[in-house]
Write a protein that binds this ligand. Structure first.
Ligand code: NAD
Length: 324
């Protein structure tokens, strides 16, 4: 069988790793790397002995699939051109800048029978996969995602850069419509939201509290899920799961104890798993694990949270006479 011909568009920090993973995929041939920064394109091309390009358009006719690992503001334009040329797309998160753009991309992919996957990497985290097996009806979820400040990624606010990972996971865990959103946030370094909190209440009663910061002292990526008779704590960074359970040894309810157990999970290469699943969806003609629709839902909620926070900050500034 012929190999699938791939290119990575945008080979900065994360694109470099996409190239590495495709090179390790048996059924894939990497035919080029693309970056508008010519020096960076050459550096990565030389490292992996692949042709370098500064424009992806002339390459499209040769390709079956691409990873788009460019800044979010470019995702729509690049993904649209790729899909219109009949090329399967894995685009990094956030899928696009607006929900309307995401919808257009989904429509093009659907009309042409193309795989359109969004890079919500945490779906492939073994702790999240193990969590799903223990999930009953979550009643409360607490997610914290804190990062040290770095300039990379600050072209979007902290909700679209970091919180969107947890938004996607929560939407994939809770079976129900949203009933209410409360949120707050603040600017510390970038002039845009650097810290954000959101409290999501679902119609089935589940409440999810999400906190994200990109100006934290050290990285934290965790999620606690509480449901009847059990508590599950996800450590995203270490691929670990702590499970607290009420004992079921027949004691009266008030005499029952909670026992904690750390599940030992095999660490995995989550980016390799994400890319393998994209390639498998193309080869098998199946739906990707994280579809364009999933990416759109996470984006829609992230945009809503951002807008609400910015709106209330603007209103506060106006009422205090502060120009913002
Ligand atoms: P980066 O700035 O390190 O790299 C982006 C690269 O894209 C740069 O080299 C830039 O020159 C190039 N570029 C810009 N416009 C281009 C265009 N039109 N065509 C080709 N190349 C272009 O950024 P990064 O940290 O690698 O992030 C890239 C994307 O990956 C962003 O969407 C970001 O949100 C996402 N990301 C996802 C995760 C995750 O956990 N899933 C982690 C980090 C970054």
């Amino acid at each position: 069988m012929n190999k699938l011909r791939a290119a990575v568009i945008g080979v900065g920090y994360l694109g470099n790793f996409h190239v590495q993973k495709y090179l390790a995929c048996a059924g894939v041939e990497v035919v080029g790397v693309v970056d508008t920064d010519e020096a960076r394109a050459r550096e990565i091309a030389t490292k992996y002995r692949i042709p370098a390009h500064t424009d992806f358009l002339p390459l499209l006719a040769e390709l079956d699939l691409v990873s788009i690992v460019t800044p979010p503001a470019t995702h729509y334009r690049v993904a649209r051109a790729c899909l219109e040329a009949g090329v399967h797309v894995l685009v990094e998160k956030p899928v696009t800048e607006t929900v309307a753009e995401a919808e257009t991309l989904i429509d093009i992919a659907t009309a042409r029978g193309l795989v359109f996957q969004v890079g919500h990497l945490e779906r492939f985290n073994p702790a999240v996969i193990a969590l799903r097996k223990l999930l009953a009806t979550p009643q409360r979820i607490e997610a914290r995602r804190f990062a040290k400040y770095k300039k990379r990624g600050t072209d979007v606010d902290v909700v679209l850069d970091l919180m969107i990972h947890d938004i996607d996971i929560v939407l994939s865990l809770v079976d129900g419509e949203l009933a209410d959103i409360r949120c707050s946030g603040t600017t510390v370094v970038t002039g845009d939201l650097d810290i954000a909190h959101a409290r999501l209440r679902f119609q089935n009663g589940c409440v999810a509290e999400l906190s994200a910061s990109r100006v934290h002292k050290e990285p934290v990526r965790s999620m606690n899920v509480y449901q009847r008779e059990s508590y599950i704590s996800v450590d995203y960074s270490n691929h670990a799961l702590l499970v607290g359970k009420l004992d079921d040894s027949g004691h009266k309810r008030e005499a029952r104890d909670v026992t904690f157990e750390t599940q030992s999970l095999v660490r995995t290469d989550v980016l390799m798993d994400e890319i393998s699943s994209f390639v498998a969806a193309i080869a098998g003609g199946t739906q990707p694990t994280v579809s364009g629709e999933d990416g759109k839902k996470a984006l829609a909620l992230a945009v809503e949270i951002s807008q609400r926070i910015n709106h209330s900050r603007g209103a506060r500034a106006a009422s205090s006479g502060d120009p913002g």
